[in-house]
Write a protein that binds this ligand. Structure first.
Ligand SMILES: O=c1nc[nH]c2c1ncn2[C@H]1C[C@H](O)[C@@H](COP(=O)(O)OP(=O)(O)OP(=O)(O)O)O1
Ligand SMILES: [Mg+2]
Length: 451
């Protein structure tokens, strides 16, 4: 048993408070148990001399500890007049780690300076600094995106760091506090990206040696911690962003509560014409799926939009759509996605539809694609609009474009399926386009209404 009751691969209580200070472009207070670090990101319109004229940016870090961050007072380095070797080593590590997950050419000739100030030290201050620095960096980048200083996010991977070690009583343990760290036989800091790439491993047999197998075990334990930290970073970042985007005057970004890739592409194309960027739930992998328990498109669209709007505390749009076939009394309707089973496979759904319509004549195979959109914001009555497209159900799937039932949905005037149309054509005529146009007519007025 660890002295604080934790499991061996359990983190201390981690908290990431964003917008901690008001002046920096990105600001975070990150705590790991009793370790507390303030991490601020500053955007500067200049680069070090060796990068002048290269159109490449720079990210660098400084690290420091307040005198009473430690048990006994440690003199300020400013009073001593020079940085200790430990400080130099840590700030280089932080800068190097951040530079390995950012495309500096997208940043342009600008620098982002990350200041890590430890206000209380109880083990793991460098790993807390790196983990907090990723959040502060992303917040500063998000501000640059919102202010249209840059148009693409230069961050190419996630980043977090954690300590692992081996103690005599407990073997391999994650996230050592000061008590464990000072007694540890082996001590290791691991910096890793979200895609599982290692950036740095600093491992030392302080009091004893360790085997190759133990090294692997320590890396596995570190990876568990890092995965968890990345989830917490995402939550912190998405909640901050959304606080800002509730205000309509802020950057034009809409979060769409869908995990359907086909829909996401169509929304992206249609909204970009209107000057909006979109995010979907594919950008929020940590959020749970909303169960579609309703019996109408509107009920399900409300469930999706209102649940996610509450969770993220922001403006959210959802789409519930489907195919209504007249010969089947409007089926599959709201059950379109799950027509042939919970795994929601398009091919199986199409096959089942063809089977159900085996003996139905061409003129009786009329159908409509339906799309209901719901726009929701916490504390406000949601906005509901819809759009439909008329067609006929074909007898064999045709075409490669689109998604869902598109290969079976024949446009009578063209005698071609929707899947045979280019995305541009589909997006001009689809049920989704019609619903979005209806939405746009009332969008601004709804946004301005008091909650
Ligand atoms: O333009 C379309 N072209 C072809 N098929 C379409 C279309 N629009 C909706 N559909 C079909 C796909 C799916 O079988 C069902 C939607 O079900 P629906 O619950 O709204 O979406 P979903 O579960 O795939 O994603 P999500 O709920 O995360 O938005 O209707
Ligand atoms: Mg669904």
């Amino acid at each position: 048993m660890r002295h604080d009751g934790r499991q061996n691969s359990e983190l201390r209580k981690v908290d990431i408070q964003t917008n901690y200070l008001i002046h920096p472009e990105g600001s975070v207070l990150i705590t790991f148990g009793q370790t507390k670090v303030i991490v601020n990101a500053t955007v500067e319109e200049s680069v070090p001399p060796f990068l002048k004229g290269t159109e490449t940016g720079w990210v660098t870090a400084e690290y420091s500890m307040l005198p009473r961050a430690t048990h006994t007072r440690n003199r300020r380095e400013s009073a001593k007049g020079k940085l200790t070797g430990r400080t130099m080593e840590i700030q280089r590590l932080i800068g190097r780690s951040l530079r390995s997950i950012i495309d500096l050419s997208i940043l342009g000739e600008r620098s982002i300076v990350i200041d890590c100030d430890v206000i209380q030290a109880d083990g793991g201050t460098r790993t807390a600094s790196i983990t907090g620095a990723y959040v502060a960096l992303q917040l500063a980048i998000n501000k640059m995106l919102a202010d249209q200083v840059i148009s693409t996010d230069p961050i190419i991977d996630e980043l977090a760091a954690i300590s692992v070690g081996r103690t005599a009583e407990n073997g391999i343990v994650l996230d050592l506090d000061y008590i464990e760290d000072s007694a540890a036989e082996v001590d290791m800091n691991v910096v890793m990206t979200g895609s599982g790439q290692l950036i740095e491993v600093q491992g030392t047999g302080e009091e004893a040696t360790f085997s190759r197998q133990e090294l692997n075990e320590m890396l596995d334990t570190a990876e568990i911690g890092i995965r968890h930290l990345i989830q917490l970073q995402h939550q912190a970042i998405s909640q901050t962003k959304n606080k800002q985007s509730v205000s309509p005057s802020n950057k034009k970004e809409i979060i769409i509560a869908t995990r359907n890739q086909g829909k996401a592409q169509e929304f992206e194309a249609i909204f970009s014409e209107k000057g909006y960027t979109i995010k979907t739930l594919l950008d929020y992998p940590e959020l749970e799926d909303v169960e579609e328990t309703g019996t109408t498109f509107e009920e399900n669209a409300r469930l999706k939009a209102e649940t996610i709007a509450e969770t993220l505390n922001t403006l959210v749009l959802s789409d519930d759509s489907g195919l209504k076939v007249d010969a089947l009394n409007g089926q599959p309707g709201v059950y379109s996605a799950r027509y042939a089973g919970e795994d929601k496979r398009d091919a199986a759904n199409n096959a089942k539809l063809l089977h159900e319509l085996t003996d139905v004549k061409t003129e009786d195979r009329t159908a409509q694609f339906h799309c209901t959109l719901v726009l929701a914001q916490p504390g406000k009555e949601s906005l509901v609009v819809s759009g439909e497209l008329e067609g006929l159900i074909g007898t064999i799937p045709q075409g490669e474009n689109g998604f869902g039932y598109d290969p079976l949905f024949i446009l009578p005037e063209l005698n071609e399926s929707l899947a045979e149309q280019t995305p541009e054509t589909k997006n001009k005529i689809s049920h989704r386009r019609r619903a979005i146009e209806a939405l746009m007519e009332v969008f601004d007025q709804w946004i301005e209404e008091e909650a």
